[in-house]
Design a protein around this ligand. Structure first.
Ligand code: AHR
Length: 502
């Protein structure tokens, strides 16, 4: 059996774990909102129409922030359509997803839901069809203390206290030709800078995210970041990155190595951003908000928007995830954690029904997808500092990325409790790998648990009836000599090993 070796040391700190790494995303898209988080006819719905079963899953998932209301949707969105008496709100055509938006849920409802879900809202403003004034009006509606038209309007709509939303995205994927109101980097950079300046005049507590590239493959990647930040470096705090990964032509080996692409993407964004920092001679660093990432079968039938009608909450992007998809999601989480010194926040896209860890039947049952588990475990057990691990692992060849290590891993250490968590994937299609984890630097330790998520069939997906058949299970193949812990990682697996002070 091939062997890997991992050395841990509490002083190899990359950065403190940022809770905001564990964000997700709710867009007015398909059945994410309607039939997903909001379903007034559902037996578990509360007085606001929010599903209790979904809220329970959301809390279990352990989310920090939720980005809202889009996505491509936000670039044509009029936020004021979604406030005030629900029966007087207009229905609108949503050009991004060729759907009809009934506006039953808007900002006030979303904030109520976020409080119940115990998550922080991360709002996006429309810089596609709108601009500075609307962003400022929305901000005043959300955070104003009263005495202005928009803050008083919020009060009249039932929310006396300001929402104090401090995390804002300046538009969405403005580099993409598919985006409503798509712009050149210079056009967008100027608009982002001016919007940021005006928003900060209204509220000086904000963290503002400029749109970076919608993916590493887009032609403008690199130049886009440079030009946008040449215009807006001093005005913004973070730059976004979006990355979706999908299986190509049944090439599972390459697919399992998708995190190699995410690693490179993050490092390249950092290089582009730091170039502007150097050229402008600034000490301030701009970090990354990786605010859309996931596995997405973009070309599959589930992702094709309706063409000939304008349905409300159509079934869209409802990918069914496999065991291999869960392993890739786990490895993408490892990549994000490994780069915690520059990735300040991230959002799994999305939360419910739409390329999501949580699925529902409208009016009916709900269940966890395979991808729910790595996210929930990482969110729960990644506490304290992210540690750089010294890893040696067997290498195998992939068509897309060349030679890649068969095992990838990261660890966290909580200096207060002494707890250590190791997150590891085995990307081999066929070979179990024994990983020897050297824990000497922590002194006397004990194994709390070792779990693995795998299946002899990596393509296995779950349905509402079989959802419990894929979940992390205790790993029986561990041995421990007090200083080195050996764990057998099955092929195509996501693994968590937890240690505590003895
Ligand atoms: O998450 C689905 C879509 O992917 C979002 O609306 C958009 O921002 C991205 O292209």
């Amino acid at each position: 059996m091939p062997h890997a070796r991992l050395s841990l040391d509490p002083s190899f700190v990359v950065a403190p774990v940022s809770r905001q790494t564990f964000g997700t995303f709710v867009e007015h898209l398909g059945r994410c909102v309607y039939g997903g988080i909001h379903d007034p006819g559902h037996p578990t719905a509360d007085e606001d129409g929010f599903r209790g079963d979904v809220l329970a899953f959301v809390r279990e998932l352990g989310i920090s922030t939720v980005r809202y209301p889009g996505g491509n949707f936000v670039s044509g969105y009029r936020w004021e359509d979604g406030i005030g008496p629900v029966d007087q709100r207009p229905a609108r055509r949503d050009l991004a997803w060729h759907s009809t938006e009934p506006n039953t849920v808007g900002l006030d409802e979303f904030v109520r839901w976020a409080r119940k879900a115990r998550v922080e809202p991360m709002m996006a403003v429309n810089l596609g069809t709108r601009g500075v004034q609307d962003a400022v009006d929305l901000l005043d509606y959300a955070n104003g203390t009263g005495g202005s038209f928009h803050s008083d309007l919020r009060k009249r709509n039932g929310a006396e206290d300001p929402y104090d939303i401090t995390f804002w995205c300046l538009g969405n994927e403005m580099d993409g030709p598919w985006q409503i109101g798509h712009k050149t980097a210079r056009e967008y950079g100027r608009l982002a800078a001016e919007t940021a300046r005006a928003m900060r005049m209204m509220d000086d507590r904000l963290t503002l995210v400029a749109c970076g590239s919608s993916g590493s493959a887009i032609e403008t990647f690199g130049t886009w970041e440079r030009e946008v930040l040449e215009e807006s470096y001093d005005e913004v705090d973070l730059i976004s990155a979006h990355g979706y990964y999908w299986e190509e032509n049944g090439d599972l080996a390459s697919f399992l190595a998708s995190a190699v692409e995410m690693d490179h993407f993050i490092e390249d964004v950092v290089a582009s951003v730091d170039h502007v920092r150097a050229a402008k001679k600034r000490s301030k660093r701009i970090n990354i908000s990786f605010d859309e990432w996931n596995v997405w079968y973009l070309n599959g039938d589930a992702s094709q928007a309706p063409k000939n009608d304008w349905p409300v909450a159509p079934t869209l992007l409802e990918d069914q995830y496999s065991v291999a998809d869960a392993v890739v999601v786990g490895s993408l989480l490892i990549s994000l954690l490994k780069h915690s010194d520059r990735v300040a926040s991230a959002s799994l896209a999305q939360l419910v029904n739409v390329i999501a860890p949580i699925m529902t039947e409208t009016g009916g049952r709900s269940w966890r997808q395979t991808t729910f588990h790595p996210f929930a475990q990482a969110s729960r057990f990644a506490v304290g500092d992210v540690l750089r691990v010294e890893l040696t692992a067997p290498v195998h060849e992939t068509a897309k990325y060349g030679d890649v290590p068969g095992v990838d891993a990261v660890a966290t250490h909580d200096p207060e409790t002494g707890e250590v968590a190791v997150f590891a994937v085995n990307r081999s299609l066929t070979e179990p790998v024994t990983i020897a984890i050297d824990t000497r630097a922590f002194g006397e330790s004990r194994l709390v648990e070792a779990t693995q998520l795998s299946n002899p069939d990596p393509y296995l997906t779950v349905t509402v009836d079989t959802a419990d058949s894929v979940a992390p299970l205790a790993n029986p193949d561990t041995s421990w000599d007090g200083t080195v812990l050996s764990v057998v990682l099955p092929p195509v697996s996501w693994n968590v090993v937890r240690l505590a002070r003895a």
